[in-house]
Design a protein around this ligand. Structure first.
Ligand code: M6R
Length: 608
């Protein structure tokens, strides 16, 4: 979604801000802009379209201002036009603002301001805030922003500058992330660590309902009520090379190939093979309460929801605790039953997804203990949950989630094993499970050796507009995930189904040569899915099977076979998803799609 950058220091702000905006591109946007500040003057340059369009209108030689704010906008209120792009100014042109989020009472505020004689230039809710701050400005920008925010309902991460108060950025946050990078005689404000990493790893996280007064040499955080807040400077654990392409053509491909290492990081220090134990420091304080849970609700959106579905199967099998996986967007509005003993596990790569945040709030309000399974350290969800486990898979830049999915499944497997040992799981069973988990990174390495087969399959079927993905048991969520990957980056229509459901309707779709991906690894339902594959072939469909290494029989019922190493059924999703990620990637490349920035999509969905 939208991205924020702000610089105040002694270097020229423009190149720093443009580099930051480029690093935020992955979040998804449709217009961009910057405001450069010098005494008496704010210069705003903005345009619809890609950053290259904005770049065309910039002059790095003359725009040497040492303070500015920049933004990538993903349109919500008003079309993605030049006028609606951020920054927005008040009528005096001296105050400029960039904003992530939605001002929900913007219509009422707009009417109020119009009655006071304000004329608006854009259709945005953000300009309403700019004008409101302008009306309240009386020589003290911080106070004007504070007063304006009291009138506002909705969500925001904002950065505001004023020509009459150079060397100052006022930032505020409610529901939309903001961090401040701390440098030598400079501060860099951003909505995402990726925009800051090239300059510093020292950051201060701004929390909800806080404001920051940022000058080159000083950073002061207060609550919206002006109460000072003491903040620690923290170290970002990500490195710059993790957010760069490192020779790969796309971040998605890089992140697919990073999975062996990212899962090693995820497992590091958490499994004890000798003892057959899992250690999860983030759950230690509530382990007893968790082990007593009578019901588990896993919630999330998109890929995180698919990982949650694998978690549901894992928890029921290893813990024998009834578990449901719910879309966060449904859970938050549907009056869910939360009894004593219900725990809620929120899964999210970004830790910022609006629906997941709302589901957490709903669950907490109803008294549930809420855990977070999140990748981005310092994001909102870990702050709002009672306890949790980070993925530690490194930054995921590609919009299509890959290593986050395998990280989420791995963490859910760790939690299942951790709690399982406190319930029904015998030491031997736990040790076997953990050993199998520890082998997964190398097994993914082996799976990636067969990447060329996935590419050939993608090339052969990339022109087909409809695909089906079938799986059973633990591989049913993988079928959903494979279909999601294909549709979001290649714009091919794909449906994931529990294989048995095909006969209840979707089988009517199968026509000659239609690609049907069948996940048919060894296990309890192997023969069942072989029957489904035969049914597909009998109707002319082309079967692309994901099978266990050594299974030659499957070649009789499949047109193509992609092999993965053998593992226990609960962990198969960690391997079977790999060829599906590769197929989606290569199909999208074949179709000339923008793999890392698919149309209409944002990396982190911070609005409803
Ligand atoms: O950051 P989150 O994990 O909360 O994001 C949830 C979904 O928006 C996300 O998984 C989305 O479905 C991905 N683009 C799928 O690849």
């Amino acid at each position: 979604m939208c991205g924020i950058i702000g610089y105040v220091g002694r270097r020229a702000a423009l190149p720093i801000m443009m580099d930051g905006l480029r690093r935020l591109e992955y979040r998804g946007y449709d217009s961009s802009g910057v405001a450069l500040v010098k005494p008496e003057k704010v210069t705003v340059i903005k345009s619809a379209g890609r950053l290259s369009v904005l770049e065309g209108g910039l002059d790095y030689d003359t725009n040497l201002e040492t303070q500015g704010i920049g933004h990538t906008r993903w349109a919500t209120h008003g079309a993605p036009t030049d006028i609606n792009a951020h920054p927005h100014t008040d009528s005096s042109g001296k105050i400029a603002i960039i904003h992530n989020g939605i001002i929900e009472n913007n219509r009422a505020l707009r009417t109020y301001l119009e009655q006071k004689g304000v004329t608006f230039q854009s259709d945005t809710d953000t300009e309403v805030l700019a004008q409101l701050i302008g009306q309240l400005y009386d020589g003290d920008l911080e106070q004007a922003v504070r007063l304006a925010l009291r009138e506002v309902s909705g969500t925001y991460g904002i950065a505001v500058v004023c020509a009459d108060e150079p060397d100052l950025i006022i930032a505020a946050r409610k529901g939309s992330p903001l961090i401040v990078g701390v440098g030598q005689g400079e501060h860099i404000l951003a909505s995402d660590a990726a925009a800051i990493l090239a300059h510093t790893t020292q950051v201060v996280y701004i929390s909800d309902n806080e404001m920051a007064r940022i000058t080159p040499d000083n950073l002061r955080i207060t609550t919206l009520e002006a109460i000072p807040v003491a903040k620690e400077t923290e170290e970002i654990e990500w490195s710059l090379d993790q957010i760069e392409l490192a020779g790969y053509e796309h971040f998605m491909l890089k992140e697919i190939y990073e999975q062996p290492e990212s899962l090693e990081n995820c497992l590091s220090g958490r499994i004890d093979l000798a003892e057959g134990m899992v250690h999860l420091g983030g759950l230690a304080d509530c382990a007893r309460e968790l082990a007593r849970a009578k019901r588990i609700i896993v919630t999330g959106c998109g890929t995180a929801w698919h990982a949650g579905l694998v978690g549901e199967y894992l928890f029921e099998e290893l813990l024998r605790v009834p578990t449901e996986t719910e879309y966060a967007s449904e859970f938050r509005y549907r009056n869910p039953v939360i009894d004593d003993g219900t725990i809620v596990i929120a899964v999210s790569q970004s830790g910022e997804t609006a629906d997941t945040q709302a589901a957490i709030r709903e669950a907490k309000q109803r008294g549930a203990l809420v855990l977070g399974v999140v990748n981005v350290v310092g994001s909102t969800i870990p702050r709002e949950t009672d306890a949790g486990v980070y993925l530690h898979v490194g930054p995921e830049i590609g919009v299509a989630s890959t290593k986050a999915f395998t990280g989420q499944v791995t963490v859910l497997a760790l939690i299942a094993s951790y709690l399982g040992r406190r319930k029904h799981l015998s030491p031997t069973a736990a040790a076997q499970f953990i050993k199998a988990l520890s082998e997964i990174p190398d097994q993914i390495r082996a799976t990636l050796q067969h990447a060329s087969t996935a590419k050939q399959v993608a090339q052969q079927y990339a022109n087909r507009e409809n695909w089906l993905y079938l799986g059973r048991g633990y591989n049913y969520p993988v079928a959903l995930e494979g279909a999601l990957k294909l549709k979001e980056i290649s714009y091919i229509h794909a449906e994931g189904l529990p294989a048995a459901e095909m006969k209840h309707g979707p089988i009517a779709l199968i026509t000659d040569g239609m690609p049907v991906v069948c996940i048919a690894t060894s296990g309890t339902q192997y023969n069942k899915i072989l029957s489904n594959m035969s049914e597909v072939r009998a109707r002319g469909g082309s079967v692309i099977a994901i099978a266990t290494e050594g299974d030659r029989d499957i070649q009789d019922v499949a047109d193509h076979v992609l092999y993965v190493p053998d593992t226990i059924e609960p962990l198969q999703p960690l391997l079977t998803v790999i060829p599906l990620q590769l197929i989606a990637y290569h199909a999208a490349v074949m179709r000339g799609c923008n793999v890392d920035k698919p149309r209409n999509l944002a990396k982190s969905v911070t609005v409803e």
